[in-house]
Design a protein around this ligand. Structure first.
Ligand code: ADP
Length: 260
C-alpha cells in the first residue's frame, strides 16, 4: 500500500536501519572493550605471583642455599604458595569461562542442605583455626532441610562465601551460617564480624576481578573471581544472592535455594 509521501517513507526506513546498525556497532564495541579489560585483568593477576616466584627462585639460586639454608627454605615455600595461587586462579578462570559460555549444566538433585553445610564447615576447619575464627552453624530445625539444586555447585558457593568470611574476618571473630525456611525456598546467610565493605562498593562486588579495597585485598590474596562464580552458579539455578554490610562491623551474604 502506497502512502501519501513515499520519499518520506524511504527516509524513515533508512533512518531506522541506521539506528539499528548503530546499536549493533555499539554492542560490538562494548564487547570488544569488555574483552580487552578481561585480558588486561587476567595478565595483571598472573603477573603478581609470577614475579614473586621469579624473585624467590633467583634469590635461592644466588647461593643462598649454602649461606642461609633456613631462609632459602622460607623462600622456596613462598614460591610454592605463589604457585598455588596461580593454579587457583586458573581453576577459577576455567570455572568462570564454563559458566559464562553456558557450557555448564546444573545437575539438580534432592539433598539435605544442613548436611552439606556441616561438610563444608569441616573442610574449612583448619583455615578457620588459622584465622582464629569460630564457625557457627545456627538453625532452629531439628529435621533435614531438603533442597533441589546442584550439590557440588552449591558446595562451591558455600566454600567461596565462608572462605571470604575467614579472609576478611577479624581475629578471634565469628562466622555464622544460618538457614531459614521460607514458603517454597530456603534462605542461607553467611555473616561475619570482619572488616565489612564500603557502601559504594556493594553494587560492584559480584563483578569478576572486582576487589573492594585494592591494597588490603591484594595483601589478603585471591583472584577477585569468587563472588562472580557464586553469582553465576545461583543465576543458573534461577536464584539470587544479596549482600548487606557495614564498614568496620561485618557483612552478611544471603542466597536462596528451591525447597524440595
Ligand atoms: P577475592 O576474595 O578473591 O578478592 P571475591 O570475588 O571473593 O574475590 O570478593 C571480591 C571482593 O569483595 C574482595 O576482594 C573483598 O574486597 C570483598 N569481600 C568479599 N567478601 C567479603 C567479606 N566477607 N567481608 C569483606 N569484604 C569482602
Amino acid at each position: 500500500q502506497l502512502s501519501d509521501d513515499p520519499i518520506n517513507d524511504v527516509q524513515e526506513e533508512v533512518k531506522s536501519w541506521a539506528r539499528e546498525k548503530k546499536t549493533e556497532i555499539e554492542a560490538l564495541k562494548n564487547q570488544e572493550q569488555f574483552r580487552r579489560e578481561f585480558l588486561s585483568n587476567i595478565s595483571h593477576e598472573f603477573k603478581t605471583p609470577l614475579f614473586a616466584i621469579q624473585g624467590y627462585i633467583e634469590a635461592v639460586q644466588e647461593d643462598l642455599m649454602e649461606e642461609d639454608p633456613d631462609r632459602a627454605k622460607v623462600f622456596l615455600q613462598k614460591a610454592s604458595n605463589n604457585l598455588d595461587r596461580l593454579s587457583y586462579l586458573i581453576k577459577d578462570l576455567d570455572e568462570i569461562a564454563k559458566l559464562e559460555s553456558g557450557e555448564i549444566k546444573i545437575n539438580y538433585q534432592r539433598f539435605d542442605l544442613s548436611v552439606l553445610i556441616k561438610e563444608v564447615m569441616e573442610s574449612l576447619e583448619l583455615k578457620a583455626e588459622k584465622h582464629e575464627i569460630e564457625l557457627i552453624f545456627k538453625h532452629k530445625y531439628n529435621y533435614p532441610i531438603f533442597v533441589n539444586a546442584d550439590r557440588e555447585k552449591i558446595r562451591q558457593v558455600l566454600v567461596n562465601l565462608i572462605s571470604n568470611s575467614l579472609k576478611y574476618g577479624k581475629e578471634r571473630g565469628h562466622t555464622f551460617i544460618k538457614i531459614y525456611e521460607l514458603h517454597d525456598q530456603v534462605l542461607v546467610e553467611v555473616t561475619d564480624d570482619g572488616i565489612g565493605i564500603e557502601e559504594k562498593y556493594l553494587p560492584r562486588l559480584f563483578e569478576r576481578f572486582f576487589r573492594a579495597d585494592k591494597s588490603r585485598s591484594r595483601q589478603i590474596g585471591g583472584s577477585g573471581l569468587g563472588l562472580a562464580i557464586v553469582k553465576h552458579i545461583l543465576e543458573a539455578h534461577q536464584q539470587t544472592i544479596s549482600v548487606r554490610s557495614t564498614e568496620g562491623l561485618g557483612s552478611t551474604f544471603g542466597f536462596t535455594l528451591a525447597k524440595d
